[in-house]
Design a protein around this ligand. Structure first.
Ligand SMILES: NC(=O)c1ccc[n+]([C@@H]2O[C@H](COP(=O)([O-])OP(=O)(O)OC[C@H]3O[C@@H](n4cnc5c(N)ncnc54)[C@H](OP(=O)(O)O)[C@@H]3O)[C@@H](O)[C@H]2O)c1
Length: 288
């Protein structure tokens, strides 16, 4: 168990990086509340983790929906008495050029990446403050720093998670409730990037692969952030925090790195547009 924490709620627990975070928390003996939209996948992750001996509750939830968020928090608190750790991992992108976005696209993406996580924190905070203990981990992205192509709204919302976490941490740490943000570079082997490459039958060059980190690194960073009460952890091969600082100091550097991925990303956005034109909601529906 980490500190006194007994129960963790993890969003985006059905596939991608989320199950790695779930398994790492389960290894620490924490009871788990799993949230995502896909019920069968969520149940599968829950069954796997339950077999390790911890209690697991899966709550199919769309985190963009206000009533669903309240129901999730109520169910979790009623079942376990308290939620000590919240990991806001659910997130995604449309993989669409910004000039093609509709107003609804913009709002939906901000609800997924920013409003949903902020609201879950707001709902869980009173209980944490009452017990004088709690921890919030937000999964964010280097997207905006790297200037990764076609991620304007995604990057804005992910940078929002960073700002929100910093102030939340400052305001409530003395009251026993702390927060961390984990800032991810590109993750290989699971998650959005890996799934997109597989769907499109694309293969990365050895140089592209050198920029990837494994999903296990994210899970370990979540544990480390809680254990050591870290404000921020950057997940990138090499000196991540230094890279992040350099990109802030020299914004052109991130853009230059992002441009290296531009040809592949153009193929990806064109692929998603073709899917949308064909009305294939199932596949691009996964993206948002
Ligand atoms: N993979 C990377 O390279 C990378 C890089 C930087 C940051 N990140 C961040 O890391 C986190 C996990 O990403 P990932 O790569 O694992 O993505 P992923 O494979 O697409 O998984 C996203 C998770 O979020 C859930 N989710 C999506 N929309 C949801 C909604 N409306 N309500 C509830 N759950 C929802 C998905 O489940 P359902 O579809 O079942 O709802 C899934 O469990 C995200 O916040 C992402 O932005 C990832």
């Amino acid at each position: 168990m980490i500190k006194n924490y007994q129960t963790a709620l993890v969003t985006g627990a059905s596939h991608g990086i989320g199950p790695y975070i779930v398994r790492a928390l389960a290894k620490e003996g924490m009871n788990l509340v799993l949230a995502a939209r896909s019920k069968p996948e969520l149940e599968q992750v829950a069954a796997d983790v339950r077999a390790t001996g911890v209690q697991v509750l899966s709550v199919p939830t769309d985190v963009t929906d206000r009533d669903a968020r309240s129901a999730l928090v109520n169910t979790a608190e009623r079942t376990f008495g308290a939620v000590d750790v919240l990991v806001n991992n659910a997130g995604g992108d449309l993989q669409r050029e910004f000039h093609r976005y509709t107003a609804e696209d913009v709002e939906a993406l901000i609800r997924l990446n920013l409003t949903g996580p902020i609201e879950l924190k707001r709902l869980l905070l009173p209980g944490m403050l009452q017990r004088k203990q709690g921890y919030i981990v937000n999964i964010s992205s280097m997207g905006g720093r790297i200037g990764f192509p076609y991620t304007e709204v995604y990057s804005a919302s992910k940078d929002g998670r960073i700002g929100f976490t910093r102030v939340l941490r400052t305001d409530y740490r003395k009251a026993g409730v702390s927060s961390s943000v984990i800032i991810l570079g590109s993750i290989g082997g699971a998650g959005t990037g890996a799934r997109t490459m597989e769907e499109m039958n694309l293969h990365l060059s050895a140089m592209d692969k050198a920029f990837l980190s494994p999903p296990e690194a994210v899970a370990q960073a979540v544990l480390k952030s809680i254990r050591r009460d870290k404000a921020e952890i950057v997940i990138m091969p090499g000196p991540g925090r230094l890279m992040r600082a350099l990109m802030d100091l020299f914004p052109g550097m991130g853009s230059m790195m992002g441009q290296m991925g531009a040809p592949v990303m153009k193929q990806v956005v064109d692929f998603r547009e073709r899917q949308r034109a064909q009305g294939d909601g199932r596949k691009h529906g996964r993206i948002l």
